[in-house]
Write a protein that binds this ligand. Structure first.
Ligand code: DP6
Length: 334
């Protein structure tokens, strides 16, 4: 019972920040709907994807999960079991598993490694156990490992309904990778691991006095951005994404304890993007880390990349295009 999957990471245009306090926090039911672009890195060695192989068998004495050669324990193993255990229950088997997973990009550098990781795990585990689930159902399983992973099941542009139960909190595709003209250049200014993971950050979002406002604004913005995507209106999508990213960072900075994910260079870059915008239309969005995604039209990616690479505080850049659906592959890792 072995299967492998390749899943892409995604960049949130409307952010998920904070879990609903009306539900068990282990369910990762968010406070608001969110919207993302599933992304494919265009550099030679970085496609921003995770490949995962999982095998269920009676030859294993215990569950083992290995990420980048490291045996996972503690919180990470707990999150993996949260994905796998409900699936084992559905098919009523108690076989143990071995899982190996590899990212082709730095883990936990604000490039959303858990999104692709848990999406790949959910797809591979559902396939290995022969469960007949729709993509929406697989997205609910991925969500149990990492909220944003729910969106990475689909390619192109994706909407995650917050829902009000495990079954109703799922992601679906807004449109495919060729149906809306948007790319991004990621400006990497720091690749190290972040001090506070999103997993921990979600728990303190509600302590910010601005959290309520962000939630209700994000709900409106998710609907508005979906419409703008379907209308092919890049300017509107860019503007809404930028606003929404600022709302999230305002909440982070004013939570207790406060979270400052920006580095001084993040702000420098944001100011530069505002300047670049006078001649080339682009917008910024920043996740839970210091790196900046600059959103632009396909035709402008290389010119924008050149401008960003000239900045002394930008270490490197990665061009990303919308990716296709995450999927099962026959190439196993063991
Ligand atoms: C800021 O809990 O999905 O990227 O810690 O990687 O599992 P992991 O992330 P997750 O939170 C994502 C937070 C965000 C915004 C977003 O992707 O919506």
């Amino acid at each position: 019972m072995k299967s492998s999957a390749i899943a892409h990471s995604n960049i949130a245009l409307i952010k998920y920040w904070g879990r609903s306090r009306d539900h068990d926090s282990n369910l990762n039911i968010p406070s608001n709907d969110s919207v993302s672009m599933t992304k494919l890195g265009l550099s030679d060695d970085i496609h921003l994807q995770t490949r995962t192989t999982i095998d269920f068998s009676d030859i294993y004495e215990k569950d083992t999960a290995i990420l980048e050669g490291e045996v996972l324990t503690g919180r990470m193993m707990e999150r993996i079991l949260r994905v796998v255990n409900p699936l084992r229950k559905i098919v009523n088997i108690d076989y143990k598993f071995k899982m190996i997973s590899k990212n082709d990009f730095p883990t936990q550098a604000g490039l959303a490694s858990s999104a692709s990781g848990f999406a790949a795990l959910a797809i591979a585990a559902v396939d290995a156990l022969g469960i007949d689930f729709s993509k929406e159902e697989i997205s609910t399983i991925a969500r149990l490992g990492s909220g944003s992973a729910a969106r990475s099941i689909h390619g192109g542009f994706v909407y995650w309904y917050k829902g009000n139960s495990h079954e109703t909190s799922f992601a679906r595709q807004i449109c495919g990778l060729d149906e809306f003209d948007m790319s991004a250049v990621i400006a990497i200014i720091h690749e190290g691991k972040k001090d506070v993971t999103s997993d921990v950050g979600h728990e303190s979002a509600y302590t910010s006095p601005f959290d309520r406002v962000r939630i209700s604004k994000s709900q409106e913005q998710a609907k508005d951005i979906e419409k703008a995507i379907l209308d092919g209106d890049f300017s509107e999508v860019g503007k809404i994404s930028e606003e929404n990213s600022k709302y999230m960072h305002a909440v982070m900075m004013t939570s207790n304890p406060p979270l400052f994910y920006w580095h001084p260079s993040t702000l420098k870059l944001i100011k530069s993007i505002q300047k670049i915008r006078e001649s080339l239309e682009c917008y910024f969005t920043v996740d839970a880390g210091p790196n900046v995604h600059c959103l632009c039209r396909h035709e402008n990616t290389y010119e924008l990349q050149k401008m960003l690479e000239e900045m002394e505080y930008v270490d490197k850049t990665i061009i990303v295009r919308p990716a296709d659906d995450s999927h099962v592959t026959k190439e196993h890792l063991f």
